[in-house]
Design a protein around this ligand. Structure first.
Ligand code: SF4
Ligand code: SF4
Ligand code: SF4
Length: 266
């Protein structure tokens, strides 16, 4: 069980508690203001902040470690992500009040892709947000759960990692579907500047009897968790690196990869 389940989960996985997606939480005017301010900040400042943190890390590693702790604690309180496998993403979209597919803010900022619609807003109406972002108001699509599930499956087959995101924790307002253009990936995995996207409640394992060592799964893993062993000509998963996203399963024609629930196995 992770720290978020311990704090917000009432004995379950914390994101299975449907109050965390509720209109009551969303009606808090402070939350709407936070979302608006957060989006503007990402659009205007995220790459500058990335450069500044990178500079501090290079010039003063000890100061960076201290800043990283403070920033990570702040993010856990206001806006963080947790990786979830496709099965849990499907279960969430079955149960939320509304699903709106919108353009991805990270891909817009980091790669200039202004209409890459990889984000699913949960409960939040983008037309009600006072944000200077034309694509958000013109390029959204309200989805029924069945269509959201189909889209999630397509993303999964493409190897995109699913994650839930809070806006003033514990409210969960989005399911994201990310590649290496994701700001969280750049901040956390590429540059190790801060922690913002946490591991899932699962870990992957490869059945050595089924694995034929084709290595197809290696390129699917954004976290470098699949390793090849020359000794036996098979792949295995490093549990310390695995984020439990499960997308590597799409690559395996031998169905050799399984996700294990950490809550059950612990
Ligand atoms: S977290 Fe992923 S889907 Fe969401 S805005 Fe960033 S890259 Fe896009
Ligand atoms: S894709 Fe499957 S069979 Fe191929 S190396 Fe990975 S686990 Fe083994
Ligand atoms: S090895 Fe782990 S982190 Fe990598 S793709 Fe598979 S489940 Fe995701």
């Amino acid at each position: 069980m992770c720290e978020f389940c311990t704090k917000h989960g009432e004995g379950k996985k914390w994101y299975e508690i449907m109050e965390h997606y509720s209109m009551e939480l969303l009606k808090d005017p402070g939350r709407k203001a936070y979302i608006e301010q957060f989006v503007s900040n990402i659009r205007n400042n995220s790459m500058d902040n990335f450069g500044k943190l990178q500079w501090v890390k290079n010039k003063a590693p000890l100061a960076h470690r201290f800043i990283k702790k403070i920033v990570t604690a702040h993010l856990k309180k206001y806006h963080f992500g947790q990786v979830i496998p496709i099965e849990d993403a499907e279960s969430i979209v079955e149960n939320v009040q509304s699903i709106t597919r919108i353009p991805c803010i990270c891909r817009s900022v980091t790669a200039g892709k202004n209409n890459a619609r990889y984000c699913l807003l949960l409960g939040i109406d983008p037309t009600g947000l006072n944000i200077d972002w034309p694509e958000l108001k013109t390029s959204f699509e309200v989805l029924v759960p069945a269509d959201a599930k189909k889209i999630l499956r397509v993303f999964d087959r493409q190897g995109l990692v699913h994650s839930i995101w809070t806006f003033k924790t514990p409210f969960i307002g989005a399911i994201c579907n990310c590649d290496r253009d994701c700001l969280a990936y750049k901040y956390q995995i590429s540059a190790d500047l801060t922690d913002i996207m946490f591991k899932s409640e699962y870990v992957a394992q490869i059945d050595r009897d089924l694995c034929i060592g084709c290595r197809s799964c290696m390129s699917f893993c954004q976290f470098g968790a699949v390793e090849y062993s020359i000794a036996d000509g098979k792949c295995h998963i490093n549990p310390h690196k695995c984020y439990g996203c499960g997308v590597c399963r799409n690559a395996c024609k031998k169905q050799a990869i399984k996700l294990t629930d950490k809550q059950i196995s612990s």
